[in-house]
Design a protein around this ligand. Structure first.
Ligand code: FUC
Length: 765
């Protein structure tokens, strides 16, 4: 029987993988290069095009041979105001059409499209009409431009046209070697942002000429296009959210970049990117060389060929993993982890707006869910892994944004509830406007991220100026807002468990988040040595909070009343926040509640959106069940990544990418309970491996290696050496950290401390 070629390739790949995985996997193996590969241009924006970004400017590249299309964004291009969330907008499109007045009759050969995430460099290569063509694309953070180079191994090989399109149909102007567009995006309530985009075309050889608002290039050896754009958005309410018109800034910016060579811009970009990216290496086992040659879609197919069958809606505890289900390609699992790091570096740098539902990339003026800042899991998930994965600099957009919109939220909260402080609704924009349901717990949830950033970095200035004032004010909100139930317990008044059930009083979502907020506030005020009286007040409120309850089928209750339905597999798991990202429930501190959390998590099954599956990885990891966490990870790879590795359910949503990375971090390292737990949820599928540069709370950097499921080497580093408690192979030890800059050997484990990792259901002592 004949098989389709792609099917045959996948079968061969699976065979190679299965064989090589059994004989390989040594901890000394070098992590595989991180490259996404394709042999065809992209046709579908969300499934195939390649993202690049510098935190603020982003491009999606299609890579067509006769017509290149680069759709681009800038993070402040928003419609909205203080009353209306509005939505993130598309910005524009750049088209480069090749061939003088028509397509060439010959077809290209050896087409390769690659995104090298070790370098943050996209490239395309192909042969056509006896010429080898190369294209390179990157988005430079230091130079604040996107750079595209088209080159060939034969002189004069480039002839065609370049054009620019405004996504809001503004006027496009062309002069000499520049094209630009500008306009205004108006909202219903006064705010009208001015925007502008510009490109400059630099040619080597041949000529450029303006024809009908396009630039005609003729017989050029190489072409470089620099693109920049922006708006007059300013994250300051007092200034009406607007600064200067972007024209001068962009013009100067582009002129400066145009004086520099391509290599100079590229080297500066790679250096800037790798300063962040190179901090973490991850090796989960050896990836066979042959697999690295496969295209990304082939790798996904191969991986999925050996993956688990999709779980049916089955409510019972699942059988232990079959070993053959674990025989897979660790390189793809590593790649997805590093890809999340690539994406956050590309869409969330300091001075920018935070990563929205699609990070930075959006092709529509009416995007799904407004491409906004959803606060009932999504924006929080975007930032869970950032500090863990040693990218603390990428966190500041979140705290800056929150700080800027709180004054608007404060007024809206006063109007809605008549209390101090601030709360908000679940859909949020960049001017403080909001929509959808009021869910006061959402704000406490974001504050969890805000506190954690301090816990990881110990940045006192950040704590004093950003985190602490926000934490304190939110505690005041809850001091006013909580009410007493008939047993004298403090409960949240009628509110929601996100996207689920009817509004109720004392639902676990808010009870747990308020507990978490109060805990974080108490620690913050102690750190700064301030507000002792208010701290006491908060402590007294915390002990009176209605706590987690175990219901009639052994579950952790989602509502104050025991009404949970064991067949309900809703994607949200708001009543398990105390397990992750909170720290109220854990197998070591509250084993009985942790067992109930397992019952509830089991009931939620293996399904859900990309973000829901990603969250379950972290939850199972926090419950110290590495194999279950891994099974979720595999299920997610099985069904929730497009060929360009964007996470999706029915549409692309970047929280899945970022939540996946958070899950991997939680499996390898946890530090939320005052000690550093190495390999808390190592699955059998990763028997040997090595990670360097992960971060633990307390400003500690961790390198470690493991073999046959046992930690064999580790090194802990911090700015100044200090004592920390580390849980290693089932035992707590007090260890003095090395100074961060110190290089050198990791500590070897002695035989007496080695214990074999047997299965996922081990109980911590
Ligand atoms: C939350 C989720 C939805 C979706 C949306 C953007 O409301 O419940 O599934 O992810 O955010």
């Amino acid at each position: 029987m004949s098989q389709k070629p792609s099917y045959r390739i996948a079968r061969v790949a699976i065979a190679i993988l299965s064989f090589l995985f059994i004989v390989s996997a040594t901890p000394d193996a070098i992590a595989s290069p991180k490259v996404l590969r394709y042999v065809k241009p992209a046709h579908d924006w969300q499934k195939e095009a390649m993202p690049i970004g510098n935190g603020r400017l982003g491009g999606m590249i299609f890579g067509g041979v006769s017509k290149e299309h680069i759709q681009f964004n800038e993070d402040t291009v928003w419609r909205g105001d203080e009353e209306d969330t509005g939505s993130y907008q598309a910005f524009g499109d750049l088209f480069v059409e090749f061939g003088a007045g028509g397509k060439s009759a010959t077809k290209e050969t050896s087409y390769r499209r690659e995104l090298n995430i070790d370098k943050s460099l996209h490239s395309i290569n192909y042969n056509k009409d006896g010429v080898h063509f190369t294209r390179e694309y990157f988005a430079s953070h230091p130079a604040n431009v996107m750079v595209f180079r088209f080159s060939a191994d034969k002189k004069g090989a480039h002839t065609g046209t370049i054009s620019l399109k405004d996504a809001h149909n503004g006027m496009v102007k062309t002069a000499d070697n520049k094209i630009m567009f500008s306009g205004k995006i108006t909202s219903q309530h006064k705010i009208a942002l001015s925007y502008e985009a510009q490109i400059i075309v630099l040619n080597e050889g041949g000529s450029l000429k303006v024809v009908d608002n396009t630039i005609l290039f003729k017989d050029c050896d190489n072409l470089i296009i620099l693109l920049t754009g922006g708006t007059d958005y300013l994250n300051q309410r007092k200034k009406g959210w607007k600064g200067e018109h972007p024209h001068k800034r962009l013009t100067d910016n582009l002129a400066k970049a145009a004086t520099r060579s391509f290599d100079d811009l590229l080297n500066e970009h790679i250096k800037d990117y790798q300063k962040l990216y190179n901090r973490v290496t991850l090796n989960l086992g050896t990836t066979p060389k042959d697999v690295l040659k496969l295209t990304t879609p082939e790798r996904l197919t191969a991986y999925r060929g050996g993956a688990l069958k999709q779980q049916k809606k089955k409510k019972t505890e699942l059988a232990p993993l079959n070993l053959k289900d674990c025989r897979t390609e660790p390189g793809l699992e590593e790649l997805l982890f590093q890809y999340a790091r690539y994406l956050i570096i590309s869409c969330s740098r300091s001075g920018c707006l935070p990563a929205n539902l699609q990070g930075l990339w959006n092709m529509s003026n009416r995007p799904p869910w407004r491409c906004d800042y959803h606060s009932d899991v999504n924006i929080q998930m975007n930032y869970w892994f950032v500090d863990q994965a040693n990218l603390s600099e990428c966190f500041t957009p979140l705290s800056d944004w929150l700080y800027s919109v709180v004054p608007v939220k404060r007024e809206a909260t006063k109007k809605k509830y008549g209390v101090r402080g601030w709360a908000h609704r679940s859909e949020n924009g960049i001017f403080g406007g909001q929509s959808y349901k009021w869910v006061p717990g959402d704000a406490a949830w974001i504050m969890q991220n805000i506190w954690d950033h301090y816990a990881f970095t110990l940045d006192e200035k950040y704590l004093k100026t950003r985190a602490y004032p926000l934490l304190k004010e939110l505690c005041e909100f809850w001091e006013d807002f909580l009410k007493e139930d008939s047993d004298g317990k403090l409960i949240s008044p009628k509110s929601r468990s996100p996207e689920h059930g009817r509004p109720a009083e004392g639902n676990s979502y808010e009870q747990q988040l308020v507990y978490d907020l109060f805990t974080n506030y108490i620690e913050a005020s102690k750190e700064l040595g301030v507000d002792a009286a208010f701290r006491k007040k908060v402590e007294s409120l915390r002990v009176r909070l209605l706590g987690p309850k175990i219901g009639k089928w052994g579950q952790l209750q989602e509502w104050a009343k025991d009404i949970d339905n064991p067949d309900d597999m809703h994607r949200h798991m708001s009543h398990l926040i105390a397990v992750h990202p909170g720290r109220q429930i854990s197998p070591t501190t509250t084993p009985v509640l942790a067992e109930a959390a397992k019952v509830s998590l089991n009931a939620r099954g293996y399904g859900g959106n990309a973000w829901s599956k990603a969250w379950k990885i972290s939850m199972w990891a926090r419950l110290h069940d590495g194999d279950r966490a891994y099974k979720m990870l595999k299920t997610m790879i099985h069904g929730n990544f497009y060929n360009n590795l964007f996470a999706h359910y029915s549409v692309f949503q970047i929280d899945g990418n970022f939540g996946y990375a958070a899950g991997v971090c939680e499996m390898l390292l946890q530090s939320h309970l005052g000690k550093i737990h190495l390999l808390p949820a190592l699955p059998d599928a990763w028997p040997s491996g090595k990670v360097t540069g992960l971060r633990a709370r307390g400003g500690v950097t961790v390198d470690m290696e493991w073999n046959e499921g046992v930690l064999t080497k580790y090194r802990l580093m911090s700015e100044t050496p200090k004592k920390v408690i580390v849980r290693i192979n089932g035992e707590d030890k007090t260890v003095v950290t090395d100074k961060l800059i110190k290089t050198g050997a990791m500590n070897e484990m002695s035989d007496s401390t080695i214990y074999r990792h047997t299965n996922s259901h081990r109980v911590e002592g």
